[in-house]
Design a protein around this ligand. Structure first.
Ligand SMILES: Nc1ncnc2c1ncn2[C@@H]1O[C@H](COP(=O)(O)OP(=O)(O)O)[C@@H](O)[C@H]1O
Ligand SMILES: [Mg+2]
Length: 401
């Protein structure tokens, strides 16, 4: 058997490219549209609004950024626009400390100097290769999109963006965007919008918001079944239905189930799984899921949110339950007991969004337009796991559906 035969196409893990990115057509379309001003030479400048991509962990934000980076390069190449596009994709963690300015300009200082950044020239008339410490993001961004060049900055994990750096970047964007080809995309957990809002409310309100939640059912099937078939593993109709039901349209689980189904077939040297082989794969995948939930519960515990999480989980009886913000706040308030100041309740909600336990649902149903956005579970089966493992706080039972 060759090494190639040993290659499992599924990639469970943060930032891993899946064999097939299913169900993201709407998000891809939005990003393409947001980039159209950047790509057309004759387009009026200042047409690309900043984009905030948010969603609970494991839903594919990084994956979408990776796709977008490739798509931009490809579109640029097809449009025959030469080398005057710079796409920089990085984690916000690289935008702090000594090398932050380097991270914004991966081609280095020489590259910026050739592009004629006035302030760099002034500070370093002899083109000293040591990065000047007094450079600002404005200097670097302006140098990057000088002379009609295009610059796209894609910041991942942006909920960790340093506040001073964020303020400087957003101010720079606001000054440069009207006359330059510049695009800014930030991806992060659902608390990102609050974080950006605290730094620059105008920037936050002008941004296009892209909410990346679980996949639509057809997209989930597309992400699991064709890649298995491409690897010569065929599921029966019943097996397909059962595996997909376990994944709950959550992209990370699709990769976990895909990997275990592939492994089981690979071990047995078969293309169609017997009942025993299928059960083995389901069991292994569920074991991975259980450890994932253990980690999530430990994280909630560390934040002092076990009781809050349990009160919230009690509100989500069925997988697709959606809860009003009012009801959620009420449950959080009850669980916090005598610590329930307005500030603490909001902080707990922000932390729950960050952990991906609940978040404002991307879809607003027509019957909900008047009543406000509903909050859905980040992963429905995590709610059930919490209900099983953390006792519900006393006096909260009356809040349930
Ligand atoms: N649309 C998708 N279809 C299939 N798998 C996906 C999709 N999006 C993400 N994944 C997989 O889900 C996992 C989590 O994706 P990632 O981009 O790291 O999520 P996030 O950045 O939101 O935490 C990865 O294993 C990735 O391969
Ligand atoms: Mg990510």
């Amino acid at each position: 058997m060759s090494l190639e035969d040993d290659f499992c196409p599924f990639q469970p893990g943060p930032g891993q490219r899946p064999p097939l990115m299913g169900g993201r057509e709407r998000e891809q379309e939005s990003l393409r549209l947001a980039a159209s001003g950047l790509l057309r030479k004759d387009a009026p400048r200042g047409t690309s609004a900043p984009v905030l991509v948010t969603g609970p962990r494991g839903n594919g934000k990084t994956c979408l950024l990776l796709w977008f980076e490739d798509a931009l390069q490809e579109a640029w190449r097809k449009a025959g626009m030469g080398k005057d596009l710079q796409v920089v994709r990085l984690s916000a963690r690289r935008l702090s400390g000594l090398h932050a300015m380097d991270a914004l300009s991966p081609n280095g200082w020489g590259h910026l100097l050739r592009k004629g950044a006035e302030s760099i020239r002034k500070a370093h008339p002899r083109a000293n290769p040591i990065p000047p410490s007094d450079l600002t993001p404005h200097d670097v961004l302006r140098a990057q999109c000088r002379g009609g060049n295009a610059y796209a900055l894609l910041i991942d994990e942006a909920h960790t963006l340093d506040v001073d750096m964020g303020c400087a970047l957003f101010n720079a964007w606001q000054e440069l965007a009207p006359n330059h080809r510049i695009m800014l995309v930030l991806a992060g957990t659902p608390d990102l919008v609050d974080h950006v809002n605290d730094m620059n409310a105008t920037f936050a309100s002008r941004s296009k918001k892209l909410l990346v939640g679980r996949l639509p059912p057809a997209g989930a099937r597309e992400a699991l079944v064709p890649p298995l078939e491409d690897a010569n593993v065929r599921l029966s109709e019943g097996q397909e239905r059962e595996a997909l039901a376990e994944c709950q349209e959550y992209p990370f689980f699709i990769q976990v189930w895909g990997e275990q189904l592939w492994l089981s077939a690979h071990r047995a040297g078969t293309t169609a799984l017997s009942e025993d082989q299928f059960r083995e794969a389901m069991h292994e995948a569920a074991t991975v899921r259980t450890s994932y939930y253990d980690e999530r519960r430990a994280e909630l515990k560390k934040l002092g949110l076990s009781a809050v999480a349990s009160a919230v989980a009690a509100l989500y009886g069925k997988p697709d339950d959606r809860v009003s913000e009012h009801k959620l706040e009420y449950a959080v308030r009850g669980a916090l007991g005598d610590k329930a100041t307005d500030g603490n309740v909001q902080q707990a909600l922000t932390q729950l969004k960050h952990c991906g336990l609940v978040w404002p649902s991307p879809q607003v149903r027509s019957d909900e337009e008047q009543r406000g956005r509903r909050w859905e579970a980040g992963i429905p089966s995590l709610m059930a796991n919490i209900r099983r493992n953390i006792p519900e706080p006393a006096g909260q039972q009356g809040l349930r559906h």
